[in-house]
Write a protein that binds this ligand. Structure first.
Ligand SMILES: [Zn+2]
Length: 149
């Protein structure tokens, strides 16, 4: 399947801004987590089920918490994830493949003992930071009680 050229200025902007790392929502989340005193690795490489490689947007390797910031367009958010009308077949297939990959990555990481937090780029930043902080605190508590029963 050939990648169509962006058919509108909006589509072009969306395609250009879809860099895999360092999207604006990721940068904002990392700054907020850091301000909350949380320390993490960004763009953290892991192998998932079947030996495939993937990268975790924001990872807490010790607590085994994996955070993904999903863009509304590319991950087909129910509120804003409207596929473009031109090249509709291409986009439907592309976005469905993205959704499938998201589910595979989440379930594989879960099987490997990671707690997965998926945030939409449209979610209020404070809410996301709260969810991440709770997940990390829960995991860290479990790790220290396992170490010191
Ligand atoms: Zn959205």
């Amino acid at each position: 399947m050939r990648k169509p050229s962006p058919s509108s200025p909006a589509a072009r902007r969306t395609m250009i801004s879809n860099r895999r790392v360092d999207t604006d929502p990721e940068i904002a989340l990392r700054a907020a987590l850091h301000a909350r005193g949380l320390r993490f690795r960004k763009d953290y490489p892991v192998q998932i089920h079947g030996g495939r490689a993937t990268r975790i947007d924001v990872a807490f390797p010790r607590a085994r918490v994996a955070v993904f910031v999903d863009g509304c367009f590319w991950h087909a958010c129910a509120l804003h994830g409207q596929a473009p009308k031109s090249n509709a077949d291409f986009w439907a297939a592309k976005l469905e493949a993205n959704r499938k990959r998201d589910r595979l990555v989440s379930s594989s990481l879960g099987r490997d003992g990671w707690a997965v937090v998926r945030a939409w780029e449209h979610e209020p930043l404070d809410d996301v930071v709260d969810r991440v902080a709770v997940a990390v605190a829960e995991r860290s508590a479990r790790i220290s009680s396992a170490a010191f029963p």
